[in-house]
Write a protein that binds this ligand. Structure first.
Ligand code: ATP
Ligand code: MG
Length: 630
């Protein structure tokens, strides 16, 4: 048996001893009295009786050994600015922000909504909340007033921290009018507002309500705000899921379990060492930004890069230039970003010295084989796929190279991580599928390990009913993803449970069909959905983007390519999986975090209302599909 297999087995067989050891990776004010209280399933309480502070663990505790080392590296290719904050600087800025929050009336347990672009002040605000025991709720800066208003109502914040503007492609995008409109739309009593003025867009301030960070920072320049020691189970934040499958869910996270889970993942999964640099290209509006831009790397004593800008501006080499400049050792991105880079000049990947980089971690959506092969060959570095959810806060499936070096398998995110009792369940019978190569729903046996969601914010019933009641007769956490495990224990994610197609009694994952189609040399991206069909129950429909529009000059060329793709699927998966149509588009509907919105495509194909589209990136994409299927 490998060292990892032993490590994993022990995490489930002796969870208290296992997690008590992991808990030593962080600082406690009061050590926990009990490792896990699972007397009221599915609600797990981790490190009960312990008290600590996330900000202390991310910032203060590093002052002793690395006060002058880089902590936060804020790079913006939008405003052409770059600033390195040492742990000492970060400590000072966070205290200024914390003092400002206290000044504006924020108390322990109050919510602070953060609606910010990717600037250092956003991280200061998150850490300041943690410092004073306030609960942050970061809302992705790209959301418009409607989405923001519903999140304001749900979080009922005492304070909103925002900025005059974000920026995209060098063009400022005003936030203040969107914020004002959201406050007007929401039924929540208007909270205090703290505005960071980047001097990108003029702002109108409401007297008595709106405050400028610039002024309050000045007032609190020498602030000394001690960390509030909170119970391990005290909520640290709430965050919404991406809304790929429906209405976003407000995930609530604890403090102690999260700190331990992140510290452990930095060591065992990301092989991180204090003093090194971590670069995650995500956004603070998503869970990856929370865990692996802000908290994880800082808890590990690393410098973390916060990047505002496109991956392609000034050119497709910008990220690699940062890897060279800051000697990044671990990098985290998403397949969607890699696909963008793939369209750039490949020479840009060879231009920089990437010798510091040990691995590139990718998550968020299935990593298709062509994308994986391209990036791994171009970089000459290990590519580590990892599968998880906003709900879990850290990887469920991947490879823990920090415990034991293990090979990756293309198309598989890897094996279950320590603490996660991952199983496959037959949806119809509710029985566990123990054999190799059987398809089922990926579920996790309770208790969920440290770092995972405690509940849905203010809605325990929704937590239980949404996640734990989907398999009749069993209290297990459903990921709502469909998967398969091979004989070596590696999992493959086949798509969301909603995306499983039933063609004449055959159950197929949309992902399998997409993989097959994207292997065609002329296809760059594809979405497959199941559409209701009177005869067969459901049929697969594909919407594909070609690599070069010149490939499809006319209807005859489209028909020819459609035929080739159908043949390809026949050969790979059999005729049952063959899409009834392959249509060509220039854009696919995605969430703002880059995930395919298959449910919206499916609804349009079936002429139904596509539902909640607040997280959709570009409505034009769905319109193309509407036009094609009209
Ligand atoms: P919602 O739950 O609101 O529909 P969402 O599920 O897209 O939104 P996230 O929590 O951001 O919100 O995404 C988690 C999901 O992303 C997983 O359940 C899975 O479907 C997909 N996913 C994440 N990482 C991977 C991966 N490495 N491989 C395959 N799928 C992945
Ligand atoms: Mg989800």
């Amino acid at each position: 048996m490998t060292r990892y297999a032993d490590f994993y087995k022990r995490s489930l067989a002796e969870p208290d001893a296992f997690w008590a050891e992991q808990a030593e990776l962080v600082d406690w004010h009061t050590p926990p009295k009990q490792i896990c209280d699972y007397t009221n399933p599915p609600f797990a309480k981790w490190f009960v009786g312990g008290s600590m502070n996330l900000c202390h663990n991310a910032v203060d505790r590093h002052l002793k050994d690395r006060a002058d080392q880089a902590a936060l590296i804020a790079v913006s290719t939008e405003t052409d600015t770059e600033k390195v904050y040492s742990f000492r600087d970060l400590h000072a800025e966070v205290q200024r922000m914390a003092a400002t929050m206290v000044d504006l009336g924020v108390k322990k347990g109050d919510r602070v909504l953060i609606y910010m672009p990717m600037i250092a002040e956003a991280a200061f605000a998150m850490l300041a909340c943690a410092r004073i025991g306030a609960i942050h709720s970061v809302v992705f800066g790209g959301f418009a007033s409607g989405s923001l208003a519903s999140r304001i109502e749900d979080a009922s914040p005492a304070l909103i921290v925002s900025a005059d503007a974000g920026s995209r492609s060098g063009k400022p995008i005003a936030y203040k009018p969107l914020l004002d409109e959201a406050i007007r739309l929401s039924k929540h009593k208007p909270p205090a507002i703290l505005m960071v003025d980047r001097v990108l867009c003029p702002m109108e301030l409401v007297a008595g309500r709106d405050h400028l960070w610039r002024d309050l920072r000045q007032k609190h320049l020498d602030a000394d705000v001690p960390c509030e020691w909170v119970d391990s189970t005290h909520p640290s934040y709430t965050l919404y899921t991406s809304g790929t499958t429906g209405k976003p869910k407000g995930v609530q996270r604890d403090t102690g379990g999260y700190a331990v889970a992140l510290a452990a993942s930095m060591k065992h999964i990301f092989c991180a060492n204090a003093g090194e640099t971590y670069f995650s290209t995500s956004d603070i509006g998503w869970v990856v930004g929370h865990s692996y831009i802000v908290y994880g790397p800082l808890i590990a004593g690393m410098a973390t890069i916060m990047y505002e800008g496109l991956p392609t501006r000034p050119d497709g080499g910008i990220w690699w230039s940062l890897v060279e400049k800051y000697k990044v050792t671990a990098m985290f991105s998403a397949p969607t970003a890699v696909r963008v880079l793939k369209k750039q000049d490949p020479a840009l990947l060879k231009k920089y010295d990437l010798s510091s980089l040990r691995a590139l971690y990718l998550a968020g959506e299935p990593l298709d084989e062509p994308t994986a092969t391209w990036i791994s060959e171009s970089l000459g570095k290990p590519i580590i796929d990892n599968y998880w959810q906003t709900e879990t806060g850290w990887p469920i499936l991947t490879i823990a190279n920090g415990v034991d070096k293990a090979p990756s398998k293309f198309g598989s995110p890897g094996v279950p991580m320590y603490g996660y009792d991952v199983k496959l369940i037959d949806e119809n019978t509710g029985e566990e599928l123990k054999g190799a190569d059987q398809k089922g729903v990926v579920v996790i046996e309770g208790p969920l390990p440290p770092g995972c969601m405690q509940t849905v914010w203010r809605d325990d019933d929704r937590f239980v009913n949404t996640y734990w009641k989907s398999i009749p007769g069993k209290l297990v956490y459903s990921t709502f993803d469909w998967g398969i495990r091979d004989k070596d224990g590696y999992f493959f994610i086949l798509g969301r449970t909603d995306d499983v197609i039933n063609v004449a009694g055959h159950r197929l994952g949309t992902r399998e069909i997409e993989e097959s189609i994207s292997a065609h040399p002329n296809i760059s991206e594809v979405a497959v959905v199941g559409v209701a069909d009177q005869l067969k129950g459901q049929v697969a429909m594909a919407f594909a983007i070609v690599k070069d529009a010149a490939l499809l000059p006319d209807a005859a060329a489209r028909l020819k390519l459609e035929g080739e793709i159908m043949k390809l699927v026949d050969k790979d998966l059999g005729a049952v999986a063959r899409p009834s149509r392959v249509q060509f588009v220039t854009l696919l509907p995605k969430t703002r975090s880059g995930k395919l919105l298959r449910r919206a495509i499916q609804a349009v194909c079936e002429r139904r209302d596509p539902g909640d589209l607040t997280t959709m990136e570009d409505p034009a994409a769905l319109q193309q599909i509407k036009d094609l299927t009209a």
